[in-house]
Structure formats: C-alpha cells, structure tokens
Design a protein around this ligand. Structure first.
Ligand code: KG4
Ligand code: ZN
Length: 351
C-alpha cells in the first residue's frame, strides 16, 4: 500500500480558537507518528476576564504570535524546511479571524518553500489523533467532546465519517463552562468543576439526565444548565461542590447512555470483532468521564483509547498528523483554498 512506503514529515498550524500552535510530526499511516516538536501558546489570560473566547482578541493574538511559534516549532524539531513534505493548517471549522491567520501563514510558507499545502478540517484532526499514538485501523468509533463540539461518529477512513449523533444545543464543554460561570468559577470551567466535584456529593441535587433512553445518539445539555441555574437562583447557601458533583454525574449518565446507543449503531454497520472507542476533545481530559467511558467500553466489548490531555485539547500535532495522513494519500489543496467558519465532517472529500 502507498501509505507504508515511507515516512512523511509535516509542519502543522492550529489557530481556530484560543491556542496559537505549531508542530512538526513525522510518520506513516496507520501510525504511530513521532512528534518532533509541539509548541502551544494559550491565550487564556487574555480571554478569561471576559468569561469566554473573544474572537477579535483571539485573531489579533494569533497574528502577533504565529511567526515566533512557527520558528520555535521548526527549530525544536531540528528539521530544515527542505526536509518538510507539506505544510498543513486548520482551515476550519472555527473562529474565522483565527483560521485566516493560520491558513494564510501556511500558504505563505508553502509558496516560499515550494511545498504542497494541506487544508485540515479541525474535527478530522481530533478524529485521527489516536492513530498518531498507536497503529489503529479504520473503522473505529469516535466520541468528540470539546467546548465547541459534541458528536459521536464512525471514522471509516481519511475524509470518511458517518455521524451517529450530535448535540441539539450546547456542546458538553460549553455546558461545563456555563455551569462554572453560574458557580462563579473562572473560565475555562471544565477543570474547575472536575476538581470541585471530587469534594461533593453527586446525589445532593436531582438533575435531569438529558436524552437518556431516547432513540439515536444525539446529545442535549442546555436543559441541564437551566436546571443548575434554577438551583443557584432559588436555593440560598448552595454547596458549590455538591452542585458540581451532581452536574458532572448527570453529564456522565447522559454521555454514557448516548455512547451505548452509538456502539449499537456502529456494530450493526461494521463487522469488527473488537472495535475501538476513541475519545477526543478537551473534555476527554476529565478523569471521571474517562473512568466511566473505560468501564462502559469494557462492559460492551470495546477497546478504548483516550489520548493524553495535551493531545486531547487543541494542539498543532494533531493538525500535522492529519497532514501526514493526507500527504500519504496525495490529498493536497490549491493555494486558493479558503477558510471556513463551518465545515461539517460529513461534507469532507474522501480519497
Ligand atoms: O478541545 P478544546 O481544548 O477546545 C475546543 O473547544 O475545541 O476543549 C476545551 C473545552 C472547554 O469547554 C473546557 O472547559 C473543557 O474542554 N475541559 C474540560 C476539562 N478540561 C477541559 N471539561 C471537563 N473536565 C475537564 N477536566
Ligand atoms: Zn478542538
């Protein structure tokens, strides 16, 4: 097969949200890949006074940082531009100002170095990260849980996905962040809620388990946020740790119910003896959620892979690896390719 002939070395850029990141990865599908450098500059301090990411601030910060981040990624990797096979950048979905910065930079480098350009879908990058960690054959089941995305799908190949379920309102990370805001915890709320939940009683507040038992694998989290808002507004002297623990327990029960449903859909579509569930996105860093999913996988005959937190949250190594996957298949993009605020996985071109 063409993929196994040789290693590919790709520079990847990620600027779709509030991280300015660049990375050089070398490898060959189906993995693993070697991360030669992985530089991530978080803009957290710039956004946290506003309780969320401010698009204009993000775009400006990306412009200021991108050149030095790319320089750092190249020098740490020890790879000269001449030895790079392609330049990859997130081309969407994401905050359009930020995506433009990364994609334009990648175009300039590709042109200056005479290398091909790869316009990476940010969701595909999250979806393929597991193969950078260890060899993993298609198809596998992916649960993508982050601040902007909440979906469960079959990854059948590069550019080939079947969506089983998505959120009908908020993403799960967004729900963590909003619940944290109600409890007056700083942004991003996910890690704060997780820490607080460890000290609380998960049975203290009876919260809804959204979508539990429903057909299909769609998610919903806005009702849960509303329920938390009501508790905070109507119960004087609430115990924040108990609210956090009750909230996290409700999220876990809702998530696991939806994933079991998706596992059934995957099994009826794919004849794989021991399928794998891959979990990606920032919320995959949550230990309680990870433990619940590990147990769920065991109980349902699935293997499970959760990349380390630094590769679950937004980073450029995943973009570079998606570039390696596309490079191996000769899937390059013209310099005229544009940034996209919205870019569903289902609309990706497959080889
Ligand atoms: O993937 P990511 O870095 O960015 C995108 O949204 O694309 O994910 C960030 C999200 C935030 O909503 C954050 O609160 C959530 O992931 N998060 C967590 C945890 N760590 C990050 N949520 C729950 N528990 C965590 N430990
Ligand atoms: Zn992401």
């Amino acid at each position: 097969m063409i993929q196994r002939l040789r290693d590919f070395t790709v520079l990847g850029l990620e600027t779709s949200c509030d991280e300015t990141a660049a990375s050089v990865v070398r490898g060959c599908p189906p993995g693993p890949g070697t991360i030669l450098s992985n530089i991530v500059l978080s803009q957290l301090d710039e956004h946290s006074p506003y309780g969320g990411v401010v698009p204009e601030i993000a775009a400006r910060a990306h412009v200021e940082a991108i050149d030095s981040i790319v320089e750092a990624a190249l020098s740490e990797s020890g790879i000269a531009p001449v030895a790079i096979d392609a330049v990859a950048a997130t081309a969407g979905p994401g905050l359009i100002g930020g995506v433009m910065v990364g994609l334009t930079t990648a175009k300039a480098l590709a042109m200056a170095w005479g290398k091909p350009l790869i316009a990476v879908n940010h969701l595909e990058a999250h979806a393929l990260t597991a193969r950078m960690m260890a060899p993993l054959d298609f198809p596998y089941l992916l649960l993508l849980i982050s601040g902007g995305h909440c979906q469960v799908l079959a990854v059948e190949g590069v550019g080939r996905f079947t969506l089983y379920g998505t959120t009908i309102d908020d993403a799960v990370g967004e729900a963590f962040d909003k619940c944290a805001k109600l409890l007056k915890l700083p942004y991003p709320g996910g890690p704060k809620i997780e820490a607080l939940a460890r000290e609380g009683n998960a049975k203290a507040y009876p919260l809804p388990r959204p979508m539990k038992g429903r057909e299909g694998a769609d998610f919903s989290f806005s009702g849960l946020k509303t329920a938390v808002r009501q508790i905070v507004a109507t119960s004087p002297g609430i115990d924040a740790a108990n609210v956090a623990a009750s909230f996290q327990a409700a999220v876990i029960e809702s998530l696991t119910d939806r994933v079991v449903s998706a596992m059934r859909m995957f099994r009826s579509a794919h004849d794989v003896e021991k399928p794998t569930l891959v979990v990606a996105g920032g919320v995959a860093a949550n230990r309680a959620i990870g433990d619940a999913l590990r147990k769920l996988a065991r109980d349902n005959g699935f293997a499970i892979q959760i990349p380390p937190p630094a590769l679950c949250t937004d980073n450029a190594a995943m973009v570079a690896w998606a570039g390696v996957e596309r490079c191996a298949l000769g899937l390059f993009d013209p310099l005229s390719v544009g940034p996209r605020a919205r870019w569903p996985l289902a609309s990706l071109s497959s080889p």
